[in-house]
Design a protein around this ligand. Structure first.
Ligand code: TXA
Ligand code: MG
Length: 354
């Protein structure tokens, strides 16, 4: 299959005639059961008709994703929520007022309209109203309910630009809307509203303390920061090794001097054995490191830039055929919780304390 790539301004609210034509064409691909990758404020999504079980099957096939891993249904206006859930609880109204459109996904009891192929066999459905203007237009033209997992091959880091989507899915999907680099860089926060108190299943840009201000009590799934052995994460997708580069990634935690000394020593040893080496670090430490690829994620104080650069840096390590990667560690507070959650999964929870 030929994959058509078209440019679009992801944050626009008004579109030119040419862009309108592209968005309508992309929408009709989705309504006809085809797949379109598109930018959202978090990561690129792979969109298909959420109410068509055949489209859901195509999404799993294109990504090589296990079909028990449910998809998020994207809507373009709050009013459409009631069409796919059994009931809109007060908490959902409050959260939508505070954070939609935006990087928050809510889990609710599904209505009969949503096929089990979309929800991976569950009676609940994940719903999100994205902030990106192009995404919302595409959802509207695509019929109003667009299932969209991240647009990567299963197991690989989520794509934060159209190049990364192309790397994974070229020839496997009908269309890619290229809106440039995304704004946030990590997937949406997932909060489950079918349990009391509501529970965070995946940390993201909307943090626990932001959710507490709106909902009062909020829990976090205990498996978020652990390797999950013995305990089953409540978001089925979180159990898979995820976001992972091809090389072996190890996170090193400790005082900056110790971390730099350890990483440089291990990197030199690996290089001595003939391995290609890579380091993920923060701006202040950059000049201390020696490796084939030393990638700065941003200043330690600037978590937004670390979040935004993380997946692209992991993909760079693959493109550079790096076999042994060491990364600095981050405080698991606020947005740092989402950063560490993804980094730990990418590393298969390999952490060294020095
Ligand atoms: O930011 C995002 O959420 C991106 C963009 C494209 O919107 N999408 C995304 O989708 O990250 P995906 O499929 O890569 O991740 C969806 C996660 C998985 O971990 C899945 O298990 C969980 O959401 N999930 C979906 N439906 C669920 C449900 N009914 N109950 C529990 N977890 C659910
Ligand atoms: Mg994903």
């Amino acid at each position: 299959m030929d994959t058509v790539i078209e440019k679009i301004r992801q944050d626009a609210e008004e579109f030119s005639t040419g862009e309108e034509e592209i968005l309508r064409r992309a929408g009709s691909v989705i309504r006809d059961g085809g797949l379109v990758a598109f930018p959202t404020e978090t990561v690129y999504g792979l969109g298909g008709d959420a109410l068509n079980s055949e489209s859901a099957r195509r999404i799993y096939a294109a990504k090589g994703r296990p079909s028990d891993n449910p998809l998020i249904v994207h809507i373009c206006r709050f009013e459409d929520l009631s069409g796919i859930v059994a009931k809109v609880p007060d908490e959902a109204v409050k959260l939508a007022e505070a954070f939609w459109p935006g990087p928050l996904t809510m889990i609710l009891h599904k209505s009969e309209k949503v096929p089990y192929e979309t929800t991976g066999g569950l009676d609940t459905v994940a719903v999100r109203l994205p902030a990106s203007g192009a995404a919302r237009k595409l959802i509207e033209y695509g019929g109003g309910y667009v299932a969209a997992p991240s647009a990567n091959l299963s197991g690989r880091p989520s794509p934060t630009d159209a190049e990364s989507v192309k790397e994974d899915l070229n020839g496997r999907i009908r269309m890619i809307l290229d809106g440039g680099a995304v704004g946030i860089g990590l997937e949406s926060t997932i909060v489950d509203l079918t349990v009391t108190p509501p529970q965070i299943l995946r940390p993201g840009y909307i943090t626990e303390s932001m959710l507490r201000k709106v909902l009062g009590e909020v829990d976090t799934d205990v498996t978020i920061m652990h390797d999950g052995s013995g305990q089953k994460p409540r978001a089925p997708g979180m159990k898979y090794r995820h976001y992972a580069p091809k090389g072996e990634l190890v996170i090193v935690e400790g005082k900056p001097d110790n971390v730099a000394a350890y990483i440089n020593l291990r990197t030199a040893e690996a290089a001595g054995r003939g391995a290609r080496t890579g380091i993920l670090c923060t701006g202040g430490e950059l000049s201390r490191y020696r490796a084939d690829v030393v990638q700065c994620l941003g200043e330690r104080s600037d978590e937004e830039s670390i979040a935004k650069n993380l997946y692209a840096a992991l993909r760079l390590m693959d493109r550079e055929h790096v076999e042994k990667i060491y990364s600095e560690s981050f405080e698991a507070q606020g947005l740092g919780q989402a950063i560490m959650n993804r980094l730990l999964k990418a590393a298969g929870h390999k952490v060294v304390k020095v």
